[in-house]
Design a binder for this molecule. Structure first.
Ligand code: ADP
Ligand code: AMP
Length: 217
């Protein structure tokens, strides 16, 4: 399946993607994760992305489109993918459509995960991420059983620089201005499926799998 997971920062895209890719057997492609990995490795891409990520703004389209095209060309994406955090602008969506057309494939569905703003801010400011394996937790809604260590690998949990209250507010404003128009964009193409992301994690996963016609194994 070729799936886009849309929704504002904090909607639970990464959390759901990690669970869904196991069920669906397709790679999870997150542009945010790709930028953070590049930054950790100190590459020119990472350093450029940091200039925008720190304030909650978007990395320029040409840079972002370039890394996604390269990623979609890799062998493991040939039979499907779950895109998380891309596209975030109309030019990115147009570029994706062109790339998929060149590859001779098509999107199956765009899942729009809907969560209200107050809940998004609570989720973003309480998010903690494992420095070693990238697992995502929440101080209140999904705490690690190992306290401030990752329950799956023992790694240190940290707060992302862009998860402070002020930057989180800005990211939600950027989403409303630049990314929300994609809801109509994909609705017009008949691809959009809305998901209530305000429910507990396992219920959201179940709803998504049901909407995809796949029951949880
Ligand atoms: P996104 O990738 O959309 O930015 P994440 O998956 O990182 O969002 O989730 C943001 C925060 O909210 C994380 O701390 C995560 O543990 C928490 N979270 C995710 N889904 C839910 C949910 N359904 N209910 C409560 N908290 C959630
Ligand atoms: P995320 O992990 O999806 O919350 O993304 C973190 C940050 O990475 C965003 O606030 C942007 O600065 C940058 N980013 C991720 N994906 C994109 C994208 N598709 N276009 C532009 N910037 C992006």
């Amino acid at each position: 399946m070729r799936i886009i997971l849309m929704g504002p920062p904090g909607a639970g895209k990464g959390t759901q993607a990690d669970l869904l890719v196991h069920e669906l057997g397709i790679p999870h492609i997150s542009t945010g994760d790709m930028f953070r990995k590049a930054l950790k490795e100190g590459t020119p891409l990472g350093l450029e992305a940091k200039r925008y990520m720190d304030s909650g703004g978007l990395v320029p389209d040409d840079v972002t489109i370039g890394i996604v095209k390269e990623r979609l060309d890799m062998a493991d994406a040939a039979n499907g993918f779950l895109l998380d955090g891309f596209p975030r602008t109309v030019p990115q969506a147009d570029a994706l459509a062109q790339t998929l057309q060149e590859l001779g494939v098509a999107l199956d569905v765009v899942l729009d995960v809907v969560v209200d703003r107050d809940a998004l801010l609570a989720r973003l400011t309480g998010r903690r991420v494992c420095r070693a394996c990238g697992a995502t937790y929440h101080l209140v809604f999904n705490p690690s059983l190992q306290g401030d260590k990752c329950q799956s690998c023992g790694g240190e949990l940290y707060q992302r620089d862009d998860d402070t209250a002020a930057t989180a507010e800005n990211r939600l404003d950027v989403y409303n201005k630049q990314t929300a128009p994609l809801v109509d964009y994909y609705k017009k193409k008949g691809l959009l499926l809305e998901v209530d992301g305000g429910k507990p994690v396992d219920e959201v996963t179940r709803d998504i799998l049901k909407a995809l016609g796949r029951e949880k194994r």
